[in-house]
Design a protein around this ligand. Structure first.
Ligand code: GRF
Length: 220
């Protein structure tokens, strides 16, 4: 059974994932309500997107805080003031301290533009190209105290082409991000996600038998 899960979305930049989430809510593919959009930067374009949707926004500048913990506590307080249940990191370029992670244990999601645990950290599309992988993709995971190592909820794989640039691969991955992030949140909203150790068990998950992706393709 689904309900409108109250979200707090944290951004630092373009906010295209925020846009995908707002669109999914509008199109009734996602049972959620965005209570607050918070940016650590006042020039984040995602703030414009949020205001265009008449969502409440706040800028909380990390440079005005003496330490990471103080900053994170301010974010936690603000999110709690808005009765946020699930925190959605959507291009939020800050590491979270235990102060934050413990306040929303298994209630923080992040999206990462690689197939974790491969290529954690930054500039991962470039690293995937340099490594020569045939597939990369994106991962939505719960956030724990280790960077990019929390329990995985959903992944999308895309092929990597020989003539890809960092930009072309990033664009292919970003398109999938916009599909899987709303889906991950909807699974949460439906109460179907259960964190057991490192794993996320999903109620009523269909199996994709005989659906391997192969690149280069087997034919020809
Ligand atoms: C995305 O590639 C996401 O995976 C990463 O930061 C980027 C954010 O893009 N964490 P946007 O701000 O949602 O457009």
């Amino acid at each position: 059974m689904s309900r409108q899960v109250p979200l707090g979305v944290l951004i630092s930049g373009s906010g295209s994932n925020l846009q995908a989430i707002m669109d999914a809510i509008k199109e009734k593919r996602l049972d959620a309500v965005i209570r607050i959009v918070i940016s650590n930067r006042d020039d984040a374009y995602g703030l414009v997107r949020a205001r265009n949707h008449n969502l409440p926004t706040e800028i909380v500048d990390h440079r005005k805080f003496p330490a990471r913990e103080a900053y994170d506590q301010a974010l936690v307080d603000l999110l709690k003031t808005h009765d946020v249940e699930l925190v959605v990191l959507a291009g939020f370029m800050r590491l979270l301290s235990p102060v934050f992670v413990r306040a929303f244990s298994n209630r923080i999601m992040n999206i990462h533009p690689a197939l974790l645990p491969a290529f954690p950290g930054l500039h991962v599309q470039r690293k995937a190209l340099e490594y020569g992988v045939r597939f990369s993709g994106c991962t939505v995971h719960f956030v724990n105290e280790e960077c990019d190592q929390g329990p995985i909820i959903i992944q999308a794989a895309v092929p990597v082409f020989p003539d890809d640039t960092e930009e072309s691969l990033s664009a292919r991955i970003l398109k999938e991000e916009h599909r899987i992030y709303p889906r991950a949140i909807q699974l949460y909203s439906e109460g179907r996600l259960h964190v057991v150790g490192r794993r996320v068990l999903i109620d009523d998950l269909e199996k994709l038998e005989d659906q391997a992706l192969v690149y280069p393709p087997l034919k020809g």
